[in-house]
Design a protein around this ligand. Structure first.
Ligand SMILES: Nc1ncnc2c1ncn2[C@@H]1O[C@H](COP(=O)(O)OP(=O)(O)OP(=O)(O)O)[C@@H](O)[C@H]1O
Ligand SMILES: [Mg+2]
Length: 245
């Protein structure tokens, strides 16, 4: 899926959240978007998801303007937001149920994805019985079961402790290796952005503009040691320089 963001502006009353954003994402990219608080990251993700419309400019998905949310572009938020009254399996199947997918097909799809995320044993558990990391894995599974072409993630690991966060990063990377869907991943953590992405976009402080848009040319799979690679450090320095302004 090819995404073109063309001369995009978003204003809220007198606040300009995003100013003249121009970006192009190819199918299969893992784009990480970095920016300080309030620079318009969530707004950009909402625009990509079709949850809100541009004030000026347009977003083209495979050449078409999509002004509504669609199952092809699914969002994972910072809080897992699972339905507390449904068990893990029912949470994962919820979107398929809404689409009218048969019970048998739903079961097959949810069982497969539960295996992928390593939570088969928790299928009948309620969200409150899971740790934060497990809940977030279910939230990702709930998105992936829709087989989206684009996975939009808004600081999905922001609420997790450092250790869980790091294991979720590896988990997401290996999922993406298998799926090869496009991921747009928002974070304000520089290391996370460089560790995960194939491409780094840095937004300037409000109004958000594209201050940097570069490929991350570090071999994959990456291990924690990549943080000592001179190319990693160089990129980190550039990103820090932008975020400091
Ligand atoms: N629905 C809205 N109505 C009015 N102003 C809004 C709305 N949504 C966002 N804004 C404003 O737009 C700007 C960008 O907000 P946004 O939530 O996109 O930032 P962000 O980069 O995601 O920040 P954070 O890192 O804190 O999540 C902010 O000034 C915010 O107050
Ligand atoms: Mg945000």
């Amino acid at each position: 899926m090819h995404i073109v963001i063309d001369s995009l502006y978003k204003t809220f009353g007198s606040t300009t959240a995003l100013e003249n954003i121009n970006l192009q994402f190819q199918g299969g990219e893992f784009v990480t978007v970095l920016g300080s608080s309030g620079c318009g990251k969530t707004t950009l993700l909402h625009l990509l998801a079709g949850l809100t419309t541009p004030s000026r400019g347009a977003i083209y998905v495979d050449g078409e303007v999509k002004s509504r949310p669609g199952a092809d572009r699914v969002v994972v938020f910072q809080q897992a937001g699972l339905y507390p009254w449904l068990n893990v399996q029912q949470n994962i199947e919820f979107g398929l149920d809404l689409q009218g997918v048969s019970r048998e097909q739903r079961r097959r799809a949810s069982s497969e994805i539960l295996r992928t995320i390593g939570l088969e044993a928790f299928a009948r558990h309620k969200p409150y019985e899971l740790s934060g990391g497990m809940q977030q894995r279910v939230a990702i599974a709930r998105a992936l079961v829709m087989k989206p072409k684009v996975l939009l993630m808004d600081e999905p690991f922001g609420a997790l402790d450092a250790q869980t966060r790091s294991s979720m990063q590896s988990f997401l990377t290996s999922l993406w290796d298998q799926l090869q869907c496009t991921i747009v991943f928002i974070t304000h953590d520089i290391d996370e952005a460089i560790f995960l992405g194939t491409r780094l976009v840095v937004l300037s402080a409000r109004p958000g503009r594209v201050a940097l848009d570069v490929p991350i040319e570090l071999e994959r799979p990456r291990t924690a040691e990549v943080a000592f690679d001179p190319r990693f450090l160089e990129l980190k320095k550039r990103a820090m320089g932008i975020l400091a302004h």
